[in-house]
Design a protein around this ligand. Structure first.
Ligand SMILES: [Zn+2]
Ligand SMILES: [Zn+2]
Length: 256
């Protein structure tokens, strides 16, 4: 009786095993062909609603709103906080008329970033994504390379602000990430060309300034996230703050 039972269960198991092999080959392993494993470093983008990898591009979706308090949230929002202190560069905060609104970003960045032959200029609007899902903007306030200087006082206590349509963004060091979520030397996000952006210090504590970087505002060495070395941008206290004369690599896309 017991022997017969075990023979039958072995037979059943064998059928299950064979049928799963057959179904695997029949479906051409769909779970890996269209959804390659996402490298661990991208999981640092904790504000993303989804992160996928098609083998060529990492697709990062975010709602673009900060996970920290801001004077730019509607007063009804739990993250609203009145602010009257100083901001980036020691400026006294002066609120702009805009209010944070939820976005629907899809960033597609190359999984294997490479230096571009012709370095494309960065456009106005989102040029990258921070770890909390907030957009990263270049060093200009408007068309024809308008200087950012006049807008700096409108950066909130964590150095971000929204533009006319409520899209919140950082042009300079995202202070919540460098002081609360990570450190001054930590990974802060990625630009659309797939190259990472780091805080204003190196891992040994050395403060990075623009004079130590190339014209795109980066350089190459190993980091804790990329032990074999990688080109990376740095936030700096001095202009141009995060990116210089365009993308070092070939940019992917952002849609909203
Ligand atoms: Zn701005
Ligand atoms: Zn560096």
């Amino acid at each position: 009786m017991n022997n017969k039972k075990s023979v039958i269960s072995k037979y059943v198991l064998a059928i299950i095993a064979i049928s799963s092999i057959v179904s695997c080959s029949k479906n051409n392993n769909p779970t890996t062909s269209n959804n390659t494993t996402v490298p661990a470093v991208y999981s640092k983008i904790y504000g993303a609603t989804s992160i996928t990898n098609d083998g060529t591009f990492i697709t990062i979706k975010t709602n673009g709103v900060p996970d920290h308090k801001s004077a730019y949230y509607p007063t009804t929002n739990a993250l609203y906080e009145a602010y009257g202190g100083t901001t980036f560069g020691g400026n006294t905060f002066v609120k702009n008329p805009n209010t944070i609104a939820t976005q629907s970003f899809t960033f597609k960045i190359p999984v294997n970033p490479a230096v571009a032959t012709n370095h494309a200029a960065t456009p106005l609007g989102a040029i990258g994504v921070a770890l909390n899902g907030v957009a990263l903007y270049n060093q200009y306030a408007g068309p024809n390379n308008q200087a950012l200087a006049g807008e700096i006082a409108s950066f909130d206590k964590y150095y971000g602000h929204p533009q006319q349509t409520g899209q919140y963004h950082y042009h300079v060091e995202p202070l919540y990430l460098t002081t609360v979520k990570s450190t001054k030397s930590g990974l802060m996000g990625f630009l659309l060309d797939g190259f990472p952006v780091y805080g204003p210090q190196e891992e040994n504590g050395a403060v990075v300034t623009s004079s130590g970087l190339d014209v795109y505002h980066g350089h190459t060495h190993s980091t804790i996230d990329f032990p074999n070395g990688i080109y990376h941008y740095h936030f700096t206290a001095d202009s141009p703050y995060m990116n210089g004369n365009g993308y070092y690599g070939t940019p992917g896309t952002v849609t909203q």
